[in-house]
Design a protein around this ligand. Structure first.
Ligand SMILES: *[C@@H]1O[C@H](CO)[C@@H](O)[C@H](O)[C@H]1NC(C)=O
Length: 519
């Protein structure tokens, strides 16, 4: 097991290997070094793949077996999944079997939205010695969402003089699933005038046969969007086309894609970007109004678009740690209802708005006073939800106490003793750990931990005087008090309780105890 473990770390955590090696003697190092050359390096992290929406308690994989850890060791080393700082506990370890199981509903769409690959990362922690394994969990998509159009009815107005081959945008359907389970194709109900043209970015009606208002004033078409899951799911929209006499042009956006950046925590009303579409028509036909296309429930409360000016403004709380980029469709519509679409990509800039959090992972309730300097008495973990420098944390103990923090794996620190402890001098320590990140301005937080020192019987009793003298007159009565002696011992409870006895000795050939006794 050690070989496996060390070689794992050799691969991924070159710094930690030193920490581990210090615990082995020279021969062990040579021995393992020899084995490194023979064995191929093993990939240290575990990864599993499982479908979303499994029942609670479903088994994802047997981590004990896959790490090659014996089940007894597994529980004695307090194997656990590390979550603190994460908003939700999705996984657990079943100690009796070594299985990693689900402990909550896992809905891929709410965790990863449209990301093509949904990977959750958790840490498996073993103690004594501290060991950390990263587990990557790939959540597979299940076809649990149907394609949906934003509206049930799309109203369009098209001039009768429109030429064959003219195209009219339709807002595409949206499916929260990904890949094959996302929208795959569209089917337009059979009709005399229109065909459908679909490419990756847009759905358009193509005029195949001229409209004639005198023959038909309006046309209703059913459009169906179908995903590729099994079973397949679909969604429909009715397109209602009114045939017009007038000449009219659809609005045209100045850009197909607008890109911008906004800082997290931007105040409400902050202008993010202005989109603009122009329309070649005059009067009401040229009046363009703007609105968002499909926006997820999550994003809809964050941004607002002014229908008249095309200004996109902040309305909600933008949190980089929650979501770092947005993609929103915007629609421009003229007075006659002709529409076109553009895409707005908003990247969020991180601000140092999360102080580091300190978690105590394990702590000895009491440490014997005779442990050698460098003994690990606790493990702490620090986390900062911000990114890059804003999330880099330094951690220290600034008081004058015989404890220090030694960086271990990733964001873990060992609390170790720096010198000999003495319970008779200090029996309890309150240690303040301070964590500061490297953002500007930096944020800090602190945590106090209590450590008590356990007694070792390391002090002999000491008489108050080296020698006591007493006088007694002859013919004394037995049972009278001669003198009293006192010895003290600073140790704890029975280790400090003094019992007196007379050492064997003789006076004029008779034993001392025949003359004297001590209480
Ligand atoms: C007394 O000392 C011994 C070791 O010398 C230790 O094991 C024991 O716990 C101590 N007793 C108390 C009451 O602290």
């Amino acid at each position: 097991f050690c070989v496996h473990f060390l070689s794992d770390l050799h691969h991924h955590h070159p710094r930690y290997i030193n920490v581990v090696f210090r615990r082995f003697n020279h021969f062990t190092v040579v021995f393992f070094a020899a084995i490194f050359m023979i064995l191929p390096l093993v990939q240290g992290d575990l990864s599993y793949s499982f479908p979303e929406e499994m029942k609670r308690g479903s088994v994802i994989g047997n981590v004990a077996k896959d790490l090659g850890v014996d089940l007894n060791t597994f529980s004695s080393r307090k194997a656990r999944v590390d979550f603190e700082g994460a908003p939700k506990h999705y996984f657990d370890i079943r100690m009796s079997t070594g299985d990693l199981i689900t402990s909550d509903r896992i809905d891929r769409e709410s965790i990863c939205e449209k990301q093509p690959s949904c990977i959750m990362k958790i840490d498996l922690v073993l103690e004594n010695p501290l060991e950390l394994h990263r587990i990557s969990l790939r959540v597979q998509d299940v076809n649990d969402n149907s394609p949906k159009f934003r509206q049930n009815l799309i109203e369009m107005e098209i001039r009768e003089s429109a030429d064959k081959g003219n195209r009219f945008s339709i807002e595409e359907a949206h499916d929260a699933d990904i890949g094959q389970n996302d929208v795959q194709r569209y089917i337009l109900q059979n009709n005399d005038n229109f065909a459908l043209a679909v490419d990756s970015n847009k759905v358009e009606l193509v005029l195949e046969k001229n409209l004639d208002r005198e023959k038909q004033r309006d046309v209703s078409l059913l459009l169906r969007a179908i995903d590729g899951g099994s079973p397949q799911k679909s969604g429909t929209v009715v397109i209602h086309v009114t045939v017009l006499d007038a000449n009219d042009n659809a609005p045209v956006f100045t850009q197909a894609v607008y890109k911008t950046t906004v800082s997290e925590n931007s105040p409400p009303e902050k202008l993010v970007i202005t989109v603009s579409a122009s329309d070649a028509d005059e009067g009401v036909n040229g009046d363009v109004t703007y609105q968002f296309g499909h926006v997820s429930d999550h994003d809809i409360r964050l941004f607002f678009i002014d229908p008249k000016t095309g200004q996109i403004k902040v309305t909600g709380e933008i949190d980089f740690e929650d979501k770092s980029s947005f993609e929103i469709r915007v629609q421009a519509k003229d007075g006659l209802g002709l529409t076109s679409y553009a895409k707005v990509v908003i990247d969020v800039k991180d601000v140092n708005d999360n102080a580091p959090a300190i978690y105590v992972k394990s702590l000895s309730n009491s440490t014997p006073e005779n442990v050698s300097p460098g003994t690990e008495v606790g493990i702490i973990n620090v986390q900062d939800r911000d990114s890059e420098n804003n999330g880099l944390v330094r951690c220290s103990i600034q008081q004058n106490v015989p404890f220090n923090l030694v960086p271990s794996i990733k964001n873990y620190y060992s609390v170790v003793t720096t010198r000999q402890l003495d319970r008779e001098l200090v029996s309890d320590y309150t240690i303040k750990i301070i964590a500061t990140d490297e953002g500007s301005p930096p944020l800090s937080s602190f945590k106090t931990i209590q450590l008590s020192v356990a007694d070792i019987n390391d002090n002999p009793p000491m008489f108050e005087e080296q020698s006591y003298s007493a006088y007694v007159s002859e013919n004394n009565k037995p049972g009278s008090t001669l003198c009293s002696v006192t010895a003290r011992d600073p140790d704890w409870r029975q280790n400090g309780t003094v019992i007196y006895s007379l050492l064997p000795g003789e006076v004029n050939g008779a034993s001392v105890s025949s003359y004297l006794s001590v209480n």
